[in-house]
Design a protein around this ligand. Structure first.
Ligand code: SF4
Length: 251
């Protein structure tokens, strides 16, 4: 579920807001509400695509998903959880064995070390239970705000808005933020959305990014948010009045 940041494609329009003056705040709030409503309609069942049966499993799967596809992670985790079904077991694991199990997800040495470190700290500092608070989660090895927010929103049903490359890209294209820093993007989105919507909003943007608003070739002509998007590549109709030209020109 996590992807590398990508820059705007050269085909991207440049019509992004350079600032958010207070006079435009109500317009932005209204547009955000409309975007939220349409995404809900288009993706009523937004679910996390990482297979898991517990907070521990989702935490481990999300650590593995860095620079890797959910499909690949879902191929690896059954074997990992068969050998190490609990934090207690994983904390005692032989690192060479964990490396072997997670090798195909990439960066396997770091990931194996983080997985064992995470499980060990869950055991020693949190009594074997994955913590719920963001401040606690981000102290675990391999766990940043994005991973912590995934666990909070998906497993614990607590407010949490994970910002991955899709969420960042779409938020900028939709004019909801001009920030590149995921933490700043998260803060700005959080300020505009009700806390119970944070997690699902992130999942829906990820789905929309995967299916429609591709990093390199956004399908603006098929996009349900097209009329709300300042970055749309669909040519706008231009109305030239009779007064100016003597005729009406709808291009
Ligand atoms: S119109 Fe839709 S597909 Fe095109 S840039 Fe905007 S959100 Fe992305």
């Amino acid at each position: 579920m996590l992807s590398t940041p990508s820059s705007q494609p050269s085909s991207q329009p440049s019509s992004q807001p350079s600032s958010k003056p207070s006079s435009k705040k109500s317009e932005l709030a209204k547009r955000t509400t409309n975007i939220l409503r349409r995404l809900k309609r288009e993706y009523p069942q937004a679910i996390c695509e990482l297979t898991h049966e517990s907070a521990f499993q989702l935490l481990a799967a999300t650590i593995l998903s860095a620079q890797c596809t959910d499909v690949r992670v879902n191929m690896v985790t059954p074997g990992l959880f068969k050998s190490y079904p609990t934090p207690a077991k994983l904390a005692m694991a032989d690192i060479a064995d964990v490396e072997k199990l997670v090798r195909s997800t990439g960066f396997y040495q770091t990931k194996a070390k983080n997985l064992i470190g995470m499980a060990s700290q869950v055991m020693t500092r949190f009594g074997g239970e994955v913590p719920r608070e963001l401040e606690d989660l981000v102290t675990l090895p391999g766990v940043g705000r994005k991973t912590a927010n995934v666990v909070r929103s998906v497993v614990f049903d607590l407010p949490g808005l994970p910002v991955d490359t899709h969420v960042g890209r779409l938020s900028r294209r939709l004019g909801l933020t001009v920030q590149d820093d995921p933490v700043k993007v998260e803060r700005e989105l959080n300020a505009m959305l009700p806390p119970p919507e944070w997690g699902q909003f992130s999942l829906r943007l990820i789905l929309h990014g995967r299916r429609v608003c591709d990093a390199r070739k956004p399908k603006c002509g098929e996009c349900s948010l097209e009329d709300l998007c300042p970055s749309s590549l669909v040519p706008r109709k231009r109305i030239v009045t009779k007064k100016a030209t003597g005729k009406t020109d709808n291009k």
